[in-house]
Ligand binder design. Structure first.
Ligand SMILES: Nc1ncnc2c1ncn2[C@@H]1O[C@H](COP(=O)(O)OP(=O)(O)OP(=O)(O)O)[C@@H](O)[C@H]1O
Length: 238
């Protein structure tokens, strides 16, 4: 019997962060950060290199300890990283099924792989995949866990431009169907505009600006504003 992923009908928070402080030794990287992501909401996090984006994501993922404040989330988040992190010695379905209860695991993995367009590759190996296909398996592996919160750490950054655009379409579709809250860390302003309901600009460990893409008017104006907030003067915004 195949078990399709349940669709979340309820609303509520995927994560609430209150007064978060994260430090490496004596050095505070994130200070008094407060953030709420609703279920079904897609939030993108932009910010110049070193401002603390990955530090925040890793704290939300529960991968690192925090030094102050609270992170409240209803379940365990799923994370997709820039590199696919598939186990080379496991088939695709075993990679996706990792951590699932054994009963029905193959069926659930098969359904998740079908959702990302790889339903005919269950018994294939990671080494036979393109970069885009490997990231699709990584997405399937995350979504099969039915997370309330999906954390995406530049998952499309290493892909070519066309594959990246295709992945944008796929991830939008998957998020609309499963409705986790999403936090996407990206350097790509256009990616943030294409995918997110809300865009946060981080500077030195704090949220310096916030934009609701629906209310922001035209995409070009928002792009120009975001580039200015990110301190980018060259190129289109000049
Ligand atoms: N394990 C660590 N130990 C000490 N300092 C760290 C560690 N990881 C990150 N940092 C520091 O914390 C700050 C924030 O780093 P972080 O990786 O979160 O930035 P980022 O915004 O994700 O950057 P990028 O966009 O380049 O990935 C940086 O100054 C970095 O040097």
């Amino acid at each position: 019997m195949t078990r399709p992923h349940p669709v979340h009908q309820d609303s509520g928070d995927a994560v609430t962060v209150t007064d978060l402080r994260r430090a490496y030794g004596n050095r505070t990287v994130i200070d008094a950060l407060t953030l709420r992501i609703a279920r079904g909401e897609f939030v993108a996090l932009l910010g110049e290199s070193g401002c603390g984006k990955t530090t925040l994501l890793r704290a939300l993922a529960g991968l690192d300890p925090i030094q102050g404040g609270r992170i409240d989330a209803p379940g365990r988040p799923a994370v997709v990283f820039q590199e696919h992190r598939l186990l080379p010695w496991d088939t695709l379905w075993s990679n996706v099924a990792l951590g699932l209860p054994p009963q029905g695991a193959r069926e659930r993995a098969a359904a998740a792989l079908a959702e990302v367009g790889l339903g005919d590759r269950l018994d294939d190996w990671p080494r036979n995949l393109s970069g885009g296909q490997a990231q699709r398996v990584a997405l399937a592996r995350a979504l099969v866990q039915e997370p309330e919160l999906l954390l995406l750490d530049e998952p499309f950054a290493a892909l070519d431009a066309l594959t990246r655009i295709r992945m944008h379409g796929l991830v939008k579709e998957l998020v609309a169907r499963h409705r986790p809250g999403v936090l996407l860390v990206t350097h790509d302003v256009d990616e943030a505009i294409a995918l997110a309901d809300r865009i946060l600009v981080m500077r030195s460990g704090v949220i310096a600006a916030e934009h609701h893409t629906e209310q922001a008017g035209d995409a070009l104006g928002l792009r120009r504003l975001l580039l200015a907030e990110l301190g980018v003067r060259a190129g289109f915004a000049a």
